[in-house]
Design a protein around this ligand. Structure first.
Ligand code: ADP
Length: 309
């Protein structure tokens, strides 16, 4: 059995404003766990409570109720061990421009009280593909390199769990791919990854399991595959030759949409029909199919379905 490296039990956070006496429930009785070795995605629209959750883990926000256990340590009883088990990569790039990656990592190791002989600075630089830049000024690094250096900084104390908070916000596609390759590499080495992201396609590609938060509530928690299975509708587009727009198409269980004399759309409930039945029906009506494209939907559809108000 895979062990749980993070367990969240009945976690609630209420922000109260002492002046207005107003209360805001940012997290409402959350329960979930993260398993060792997985890439776990925490998704949700703005205001869902993602930052609040990460801040509780990071120790900058105090929870109202509930329990959190990280790597076998209880957050209330052993906050230092909890912190030592986590590497948190912040959203904002906050690097001192005048230090080199090597110096930054050495400084960070010093902050964690890691003795010189136990430091693995070179190895970490290699893991994030920055060994060539070890002695360059941080300010001379590209955006993607800076992001990777942030990951390196969070890995200095060799935490078993790495948390990435919107790691690719504002990062272009190529750098994003490069960053993910590095994260996947770390994951292969055994590091459990927890990430928040707005890029649903990215979550779909990267995560083994995904939790979707909405207004402080957990509205879904499942493997990425099973979340995608929740999309019930399959859409098809047929490219056809000179369709007579006066023809009426009607078939049980399927909805046709005539888009133009060359394009016919169709949608039906997955597994309710056999694809060949539709083709046969179109053939019977003398419709000449030239091309077909299908759309199974993606995480965006699940997300919208679950978080629409
Ligand atoms: P997300 O990161 O998913 O966008 P947040 O954790 O930032 O969500 O916010 C969750 C809710 O908590 C929101 O309603 C937000 O307004 C509220 N909130 C966040 N921080 C504070 C704070 N310091 N004081 C009061 N309310 C807050």
């Amino acid at each position: 059995m895979t062990k749980n490296v993070l367990t969240v039990e009945n976690l609630t956070k209420i922000y109260s404003n002492s002046k207005t006496k107003k209360e805001n429930k940012a997290l409402s009785n959350l329960n979930f766990e993260v398993k060792q070795g997985e890439v776990f995605g925490l998704l949700g629209p703005n205001g869902a409570g993602k930052t609040t959750f990460l801040s509780i883990l990071g120790g900058t926000v105090i929870k109202t109720a509930g329990n959190i256990n990280v790597w076998g340590f209880d957050l209330d009883k052993n906050p230092r061990q909890v912190r030592a088990s986590l590497g948190i990569v912040p959203q904002e790039v906050n690097l001192d421009a005048f230090f080199s990656p090597q110096q930054l990592l050495e400084l960070q190791a010093g902050l964690y009280g890691i003795t010189k002989k136990d430091r693995i600075t070179d190895l970490i630089l290699k893991m994030v593909a920055l060994e060539d830049k070890a002695n360059a000024y941080s300010r001379s690094l590209s955006g993607g390199m800076k992001r990777r250096l942030l990951i390196a900084k969070a890995m200095v104390h060799q935490p078993p769990i790495l948390i990435l908070d919107e790691p690719t916000a504002g990062v272009d596609v190529e750098l994003r791919n490069n960053l993910w390759e590095n994260v996947k590499e770390l994951n292969k080495e055994g590091v459990t990854i927890i990430l928040t992201t707005h890029y649903l396609l990215e979550a779909q590609e990267m995560c083994d399991r995904i939790a979707i938060l909405d207004k402080g509530n957990l509205v879904a928690l499942d493997t990425t595959e099973r979340l995608l299975e929740r999309i019930q509708t399959k859409k098809i587009k047929f490219k056809v030759k000179d369709f007579d727009l006066n023809t009426e198409l009607s078939m049980k269980g399927i909805e046709f949409g005539i888009i133009s004399k060359n394009i016919i759309g169709a949608s039906y409930k997955k597994n309710s029909l056999n694809f060949t039945e539709i083709i046969n029906y179109l053939n019977k009506n003398n419709i000449k199919i030239e091309d077909i494209s299908t759309d199974d939907g993606d995480l965006e559809d699940v997300f919208v379905q679950l978080t629409k108000h």
